[in-house]
Design a protein around this ligand. Structure first.
Ligand code: SF4
Length: 362
């Protein structure tokens, strides 16, 4: 298939759904760990196409949602420093920290700018040599190679006013933590974009240690249904394995060049995820030889992080233990225009996707 329409072909979708219905003769729960999949699943109404025996739940796949409150607090504290520009992706700017968010800090006078990439932040640094530019480096393997390139370019240009605050994350440790926390699932629908960089091998440990099938999926309706079908076939054959459904984009070894650059610049350390707490070797920090570009090492700021707002169950949603409609604030006090938690802020957040595609916004 070549064109998007073909991945939305009603005839093929009906055939696949009939086949899924045939195999799904008992209850199964599959978790998607990619914000793009969360949105696509709701947008295309995938749950309504599935038999009642199959339940899809969202995990910690939205990069903005999994960013811990303490990170926002750290960034806003950095934004209070003299001659400092904070560069951030758009979604992050509205995520509430303990006391404020980046957009409120901006309204109060901090120099906070929305950028589309780490290289935009680097450009701002070259254009403002008398100011320190801190790039809010968040996301999974889809964005971390870009941050690594910005650090290497800053080094090449001998820039002294560019740094990053890294909360980059890798997915498999969180996938393991969720199962270890007792969440019962029968398989993972694995991220598409992350896997174009990282490849499929990184899921082998999850599959081997927990006997869970992992299928890397594309984002169109047929992709997602096909991935569910593949997981069901694995279960039927009692043969959990790592498979790539999204073959038009993902290769087993991923993008070797991007992985090499990431390895050169970053090292995985224990770090915090919203809702999941600290997870071993799950957060990417700069290696010591790049501390010159690490805002954590360059600037000393103090900040306090308090417990999240009462009522927000983002953490439980990110673990797959609850769904947005379980939250008493959902679509009442918490709406996209007035979000209480990160899951309602982000375009890839479970709460926003439910709000958007379940008619709450009408
Ligand atoms: Fe948090 Fe709002 Fe989602 Fe409730 S609806 S869990 S308050 S983000």
């Amino acid at each position: 298939m070549k064109y998007i329409d073909e991945y939305r072909n009603p005839e093929l979708i009906n055939k696949l759904c009939a086949s899924i219905k045939k195999i799904a003769d008992k209850p199964y729960i599959f978790m998607e760990v990619c914000g793009g999949h969360t949105m696509a699943i709701q947008r295309f109404g995938i749950p309504s196409l599935l038999p009642s025996t199959i339940k899809l739940i969202s995990g910690p796949g939205c990069p903005v949602c999994v960013t811990d409150t303490s990170y926002i607090d750290h960034l806003t504290a950095l934004g209070q420093l003299d001659k400092t520009i904070i560069c951030t992706f758009g979604d992050l700017i509205r995520v509430p920290g303990s006391y404020t968010s980046l957009d409120k800090a901006k309204a109060a006078g901090a120099d906070i700018r929305v950028v589309l990439s780490s290289l935009d932040a680097l450009k701002i640094a070259t254009e403002n040599p008398k100011q320190n530019v801190v790039f809010a480096a968040i996301g999974f393997e889809t964005t971390s190679p870009g941050t690594a390139v910005a650090v290497l370019e800053a080094e090449q240009m001998n820039l002294n006013n560019f740094s990053i605050l890294s909360a980059h994350k890798i997915m498999p440790p969180a996938m393991k933590a969720i199962v270890e926390d007792g969440v019962k699932i029968n398989g993972y629908i694995c991220p598409g974009h992350v896997s174009t960089i990282a490849g499929s091998a990184m899921y082998e440990e999850v599959c081997r240690d927990f006997g869970l099938g992992c299928v890397i999926s594309g984002f169109e309706p047929l992709d997602i249904l096909h991935s569910i079908h593949m997981l069901l076939v694995q279960l039927k054959n009692n043969d959990p394995k790592v498979e790539i459904q999204y073959k038009r984009a993902v290769k087993p070894n991923g993008n070797k060049k991007a992985k090499k650059i990431m390895d050169q610049v970053f090292v995985a350390v224990d770090g915090k995820w919203r809702g999941l707490g600290s997870i071993k070797r799950s957060v990417l920090k700069l290696r010591p030889q790049y501390y010159k570009y690490d805002a954590e090492h360059q600037f000393s700021v103090s900040f306090k992080t308090k417990e999240p707002d009462k009522g927000c169950i983002c953490g439980e949603i990110l673990k797959g233990k609850k769904s947005p409609s379980d939250c008493i604030l959902f679509a009442q006090n918490c709406r996209p225009e007035n979000p209480v938690g990160a899951c309602m802020v982000s375009n890839e957040g479970a709460c926003q996707s439910y709000f958007k595609y379940h008619q709450y916004g009408k």
